[in-house]
Every structure is written in structure tokens, then in C-alpha cells.
Design a protein around this ligand. Structure first.
Ligand code: ASP
Length: 406
């Protein structure tokens, strides 16, 4: 009997094929061919994921809350989740900052001139208005804008209210369960297409941006990737081992499909369906994963935090600044906050980098120096963002269930 290849194996093959085809197309000068004829298939796939992401977040969170049975339990899961996110993100910032300082101190970062580069930054409206904007005034607008924080707030209110309504809320409860079952099938179907997305995106990135890896920013990119790898190896491996007993190899093997999908799609939100599958297979409780993962894909961005620290140190050096201890603390604080505010969509972390630069008084135009290679940074940081969410769902499951078993 022929054995069917598992999804992670299919994704690995797609990734390698994509790299191979990308190199050939790059050598043959067919970069625009990959952009015009291969990337669109990846875009179709990502569009499919994006179109289900709002219902996935909404129904999976409500379903998670309903299965937990009472808001006390939701609160317990909630604070543990947020505590895990905050601690790991702060460590990520320290790792990113330390590595970047070592690279910078050793003179490994190039000093580029920002003369002539421009970058149009969007205005930040301040903390209080950000807080207000989390609460939707129009539910449908939150859905149509795919404003994930607002969708999460809606899910929390609805989930809590259905529970509070008791027997009278039974119909709503059944509707949510039924919708969720359908969305689950839909996700499973779309995920089966993920090797196509991985292959086409990889071929396009290698054919059009592969040369950048060898360009002047090579060492800055390397520094960020070292940070991502260290964070994964030190923080996630230790956390899952200590709290759930899962060894690092088994963890990364289990998370592989989501990591690779995040790497190529550069969107944590679009990777959600894949992360859910990986987390559940690694032993995360279904309700807890349904709650933790959408929240993580919206506010937990350790890879982004590392990238923002590395980029801030590099751009500060380009601006001729020598960072004081106080400025380093500023980087850690602002990178933690701005990574929380970063949406799980491609390139969002670079937009939020403006917040860190502004706090350091570095002109945001300096972002123009790294904008061309942002996708290369983004691939690694999204991969880490998603890995962090999966590790959190496993740890929280272990904290909530005394008899955790894979
Ligand atoms: N692309 C990242 C994500 O979706 C966010 C970022 O740009 O840092 O997780």
C-alpha cells in the first residue's frame, strides 16, 4: 500500500522545490516570471486563509470560552496566557538587543547613509486612543476590516453572554458549535493546499530577493536570524520541556508545518488554521488552543520584537548614535509594546518600528534603508511569532490540566 506523505513532509518538499526553482529562475533572469505567474497562486491560497480568518478567530474563541464553561476559567487561562506572552517578549527584546550590540560593537554592521531615502510613516494616535479603538462601535466593521483585536473583544463578550444566558442561550451555543464544525472542515481543506502556497512563495522570494541575502545588509539579516534561533532554542525549548515534558526535537517537529507556513506566508493570522492543527497534535487542549492561538496571532510577536531591537540598533548606528543604557531600556520597552500592537499581517512589524525609532529620536526615514529586505526579516520573525503562540498553548494546557498527556 502506498503511504501518503504527511503535511510537514509535503511542506518540506515544497519548500526545497521552491528554493530550487527560485535559484534556477534567478540565474535565468526569470524573476518577473515568478512574480507574474507563480506568486499569484500563493496569493490565492493566502486569500483563502484570510477570508476564513475572521470566522476562525470569532467562532474558535467563542467555542473555547463555551467549552471552558465559566468565565473564571477563561480568566485563569487568559492571565496565564498574557503573562507567558509578556515574559517571552521581554526576553526576546533582551536577546535581540544584546546580539545587535555585539554585532555593532564588533563593527559588523555596515554604516549606510540615509541621505535621499524616505519613508512615509503613519501617525500614532497615542495610548488612550489605541485603548479606545480596541472596543468596536460597529461589529460588522470590525469583521470587514478584519480588525483582530476588536474581533477578540466581540468573541469575549459574546462567549461570556452566552454562558450567562444559560438555558435560554442554548440555540446560540448550538449555532456556534455547528459553525465551528463547518469552519474546521473548511480549514482542513484549505490547509491541504498549503504546499502550493509554500512552493510558489518560496520560488518567488528566492528568484526576486535571493541576491539581497548576499548584499550589504547580509550581516544585519544574519544577526536577526541568530536572535530568532537563540530565542527558539533557549526560551521555547526550555518552556515546553520544563512545563510539558516535550523535548525540543519533538516540539519543533510538531510545529514544523506551521513554522514553514508562517515563514513563507509572513502572516501569523493567515497561519492560524495550521498552528491550531500543530498545537493540538502536540497535546494542546482544543479549547485552550482555540483561545490562546488567535490571541497570540494578534498580540504575541516575539520575532517582531527581536527584529525591532536589531533594526533599531542598526539604524541608530547609521544615524551616528551611541546608545546609552537609558536608550537601550527605551528600546526594550517600546519594542515590547509595539510588537504587541503589530498586526499578524505581512510587513506590519516594520510599520510599528516607527514607534521605536520615534522614541529614540531617529528620523523614521531611516526605515527606507531596510525596507527593500523587509520580507527577508519578516519570514523569520513570523516563523518565531507563530512558534511562540504554539509553545504558549502547550504550556497553558499543562498549567490547567494536571494530567497532561500527548
Ligand atoms: N508578519 C508578522 C506576523 O504576521 C508581523 C510582522 O510584520 O512583524 O506575525
Amino acid at each position: 500500500m502506498k503511504k501518503k506523505l504527511t503535511l510537514p513532509v509535503q511542506i518540506l518538499i515544497a519548500l526545497l522545490l521552491g528554493i530550487g526553482v527560485g535559484i534556477v529562475c534567478y540565474a535565468a533572469g526569470l524573476g518577473s516570471f515568478t512574480k507574474d505567474y507563480l506568486k499569484p497562486f500563493g496569493d490565492i491560497f493566502v486569500n483563502l486563509l484570510k477570508f476564513i480568518v475572521v470566522p476562525v478567530v470569532l467562532f474558535s474563541m467563542i467555542e473555547g470560552i463555551l467549552s471552558m464553561g465559566d468565565m473564571k476559567k477563561v480568566g485563569a487561562v487568559g492571565w496565564k496566557t498574557v503573562a507567558y506572552f509578556m515574559v517571552t517578549t521581554a526576553i526576546a527584546c533582551v536577546i535581540g538587543l544584546a546580539l545587535a550590540s555585539v554585532f555593532n560593537g564588533a563593527g559588523l554592521f555596515p554604516t549606510l547613509s540615509a541621505a535621499g531615502v524616505t519613508y512615509e510613516a503613519s501617525e500614532f494616535s497615542g495610548f488612550m486612543s489605541v485603548l479606545v479603538s480596541i472596543f468596536p462601535s460597529n461589529m460588522w466593521k470590525a469583521f470587514s476590516d478584519a480588525n483582530m483585536l476588536q474581533v477578540i473583544v466581540i468573541a469575549l463578550f459574546f462567549g461570556g453572554s452566552i454562558l450567562a444566558a444559560g438555558e435560554k442561550g442554548r440555540l446560540c451555543r448550538d449555532i456556534v458549535s455547528s459553525f465551528y464544525a463547518v469552519i474546521d472542515r473548511l480549514m482542513a481543506f484549505i490547509i491541504r493546499l498549503s504546499p502550493i502556497g509554500v512552493f510558489t512563495y518560496m520560488a518567488w522570494v528566492v528568484a526576486t530577493q535571493g541576491a539581497e541575502i548576499l548584499g550589504s545588509l547580509a550581516l544585519v539579516i544574519l544577526c536577526a536570524y541568530l536572535g530568532y534561533a537563540l530565542h527558539a532554542i533557549i526560551v521555547y525549548s526550555t518552556a515546553v520541556k520544563v512545563f510539558s515534558g516535550i523535548g525540543p526535537l519533538a516540539f519543533f517537529k510538531g510545529a514544523f508545518a506551521a513554522m514553514m507556513f508562517a515563514f513563507t506566508s509572513t502572516s501569523s493570522a493567515a497561519t492560524l488554521p495550521v498552528s491550531k492543527e500543530c498545537a493540538e497534535q502536540l497535546g494542546a487542549d482544543r479549547d485552550i488552543a482555540a483561545f490562546v492561538l488567535p490571541l497570540g496571532a494578534t498580540i504575541n510577536m516575539d520575532g517582531t520584537a527581536i527584529y525591532q531591537c536589531v533594526a533599531a540598533v542598526f539604524l541608530a548606528a547609521c544615524a551616528g548614535m551611541h546608545l546609552t543604557l537609558g536608550q537601550m531600556v527605551t528600546i526594550v520597552l517600546t519594542a515590547t509594546l509595539s510588537s504587541i500592537g503589530t498586526a499578524g499581517t505581512p510587513g506590519a512589524g516594520m510599520i510599528m518600528l516607527t514607534m521605536v525609532l520615534t522614541a529614540l529620536n531617529i528620523p523614521v526615514d531611516y526605515i527606507g534603508l531596510i525596507v527593500a529586505v523587509d520580507r527577508l526579516f519578516d519570514m523569520g520573525r513570523t516563523c518565531m511569532n507563530v512558534t511562540g503562540d504554539i509553545s504558549c498553548s502547550i504550556c497553558v494546557t499543562r498549567w490547567e490540566r494536571k494530567n497532561f498527556r500527548r
